[in-house]
Design a binder for this molecule. Structure first.
Ligand code: ADP
Length: 339
């Protein structure tokens, strides 16, 4: 009978206990050989009965656990939740159900990751293809004779040049984002003067703003204050935010201002540009998300700038927030620690 096979695990212990019991009783009660034989027979029968019950219980427990495992393998979520094992198996039941939930979560994450990777590759190839095709087109036109045409040759070369610039910034952004996401971008925090950093960034970018008739205004309520962070990375954040403010404004002012709050300093970049539709506000920090793809293409956007900003700001234990109104402008704010 299979019950005995299930109890086999305890066979040695069983025989040992029986022998000990038999010998002890025989010795203590000084039984005759007849009584001893009777005791042996009775004890043997009881033992086998007990052995059978133990086997039966083990068989039942194992089959209960197997049926739960079978449901897990078939991924029958509702059936798994409804399935209850005997109270003694509660711990095993709890562990198996937790394991199932964790596996489900891991699978979902893996699927999401695979989807993100495919989407990312699709986006990258698409973004690379556009400038490469354009450069190829301009060069072909020039080679086919336009090079001799004084009216267009310089214009076409300039356009090809602009596309190589876009290509270059796309590749730089891609390198940054992949370094951030693989954890290779190490933060090297120090104390540095934020007003001085913002000032150097605006000086570098001022000319691009001037060409569009945009004025950059800086306002610091405490220009001496030092912040804790990676200077180069924060510089990149400021460059991306101020560049966006210029790119998405046709005129008006850009205000870069700071405000000290307890042990933090709030840094804001405010523009009077196109503004962002409310439904896009929580999507603009996603990789490759652009409100108006056509406009971004014209102004040389890669769709990665704000994703990089978000990563860097969050790596400083901070958060980037945005307020915007269509036609009135946008303000991007984040904070840095001052102590
Ligand atoms: P891009 O390189 O296209 O500018 P970003 O990641 O920097 O990519 O920004 C994502 C999108 O958010 C932009 O395409 C643009 O639609 C919108 N955006 C970002 N900054 C501003 C801003 N200051 N004003 C209006 N729209 C903005």
């Amino acid at each position: 009978m299979s019950e005995f096979i299930f109890a086999k695990l305890f066979l040695k212990e069983f025989i040992l206990v029986n022998i000990l019991f038999f010998v002890t009783v025989v010795l203590i009660l000084s039984l005759s050989w007849k009584s001893s034989l009777l005791l042996f027979v009775i004890q043997f029968l009881f033992s086998w009965l007990l052995y059978f019950f133990i086997g039966q219980k083990r068989k039942k427990d194992i089959s209960e656990i197997s049926s739960l495992i079978a449901l897990i393998m078939e991924k029958r979520k509702n059936a798994i939740e409804e399935k209850n094992l005997s109270p003694e198996l509660f711990e095993i039941e709890k562990d198996l159900k937790t394991l199932f939930k964790k596996n489900q979560k891991d699978f979902a994450n893996m699927r999401k990751l695979a989807k993100t990777r495919t989407e990312f590759l699709g986006n990258v190839s698409h973004e690379l293809r556009t400038p490469i095709f354009s450069i190829q087109g301009f060069l072909e036109t020039l080679l086919n004779g336009a090079i001799e045409d004084e009216n267009v040759n310089r214009r076409f070369l300039k356009k090809a040049m602009n596309h190589t610039k876009n290509l270059n910034s796309l590749l730089n952004d891609l390198i940054d984002i992949s370094m951030i996401e693989t954890g290779e971008m190490r933060m090297q925090p120090t104390f540095f003067n934020i007003a001085e950093l913002i000032n150097s960034v605006t000086e570098e970018i001022e000319n691009i703003a001037k060409e569009k008739g945009i004025k950059i205004i800086e306002k610091y309520n405490n220009p001496e204050i030092e912040v804790w962070g990676d200077r180069d990375k924060i510089k990149q954040v400021m460059v991306n935010l101020i560049n966006n403010a210029i790119k998405y404004s046709d005129n008006g002012k850009i205000k870069v201002f700071t405000e000290v709050k307890k042990d933090k300093i709030e840094i804001s970049v405010k523009d009077e540009g196109s503004g962002i539709p409310s439904e896009s506000l929580n999507r603009i920090f996603e990789r490759f998300y652009q409100v108006d793809k056509a406009r971004s293409k014209v102004v040389g956007g890669t769709g990665l700038g704000l994703a990089i900003v978000k990563h860097i700001v969050e790596a400083h234990g901070s958060k980037i927030s945005v307020k915007s109104k269509i036609g009135e402008g946008s303000v991007f704010t984040f904070f840095l620690k001052t102590q």
